[in-house]
Design a protein around this ligand. Structure first.
Ligand code: K1U
Ligand code: ZN
Length: 170
């Protein structure tokens, strides 16, 4: 089932999300709905707070061509980050049609609980590394525009607020 994606500014996008304690069928269904919503948007990632759920859950698929590689992460954590960095022009489904360059560690080791309740650990690089850091930021109430200077951030926030008002009227 498709879920509506919150548009910035929204107080729920600024909250720190709570760890998931028990993996229930309800949470698995939520993850499946998030993947469906992400593919439909379309996007390469989605975090639970973007659909108004303040749980530590993200989904991703950064494969551009070929077979899809959906990933579901409960309680994801960056365990280690490289010193070398990567600049990527990021977007956000909660700040539609706006993009800006963000510098982040080029490689990260991430730990998480998968949909079967098993702990996982993996090194990510390239777009996967950028995306997983972007999504984990969402769980800590941080948006990619928070890495920008105040003028650029304000301009992008105003544009997003205008789009949000227009969508509410439509
Ligand atoms: O979390 C989100 O808002 C999703 C976001 C993830 C992301 C994009 C770029 C860099 C880091 C994280 C998006 O998916 S924005 C849409 C997008 O990038 C895209 C859409 C269609 C095809 C390819 C990319
Ligand atoms: Zn985002």
């Amino acid at each position: 089932m498709l879920k509506p994606i919150l548009i910035h500014p929204d107080p729920r996008l600024k909250k720190t999300c709570a760890p998931v304690a028990d993996l229930t069928d309800e949470l698995r269904k939520l993850a499946a709905d998030m993947l469906e919503t992400m593919y439909d948007a379309p996007g390469i990632g989605l975090a639970a707070p973007q659909i108004g759920v303040l749980d530590r859950l993200i989904v991703m698929d950064c494969v551009k061509e070929g077979d899809p590689e959906p990933v579901i992460m409960f309680n994801p954590e960056v365990l280690a980050s490289s010193d070398d960095t990567n600049v990527y022009e990021e977007g956000c489904l909660s700040i539609p049609d706006q993009y800006a360059e963000v510098t982040r560690p080029a490689e990260v080791r991430v730990g998480w609980i998968d949909e079967n309740g098993n702990p996982q650990e993996k090194d990510f690089d390239g777009l996967w590394a950028t995306c997983v850091q972007h999504e984990i930021d969402h769980l800590n109430g941080k948006l990619f525009i928070d890495y920008l200077g105040p003028m650029k951030r304000q301009t992008m926030t105003r544009k997003s607020a205008k789009l949000k008002r227009e969508r509410a009227r439509a």
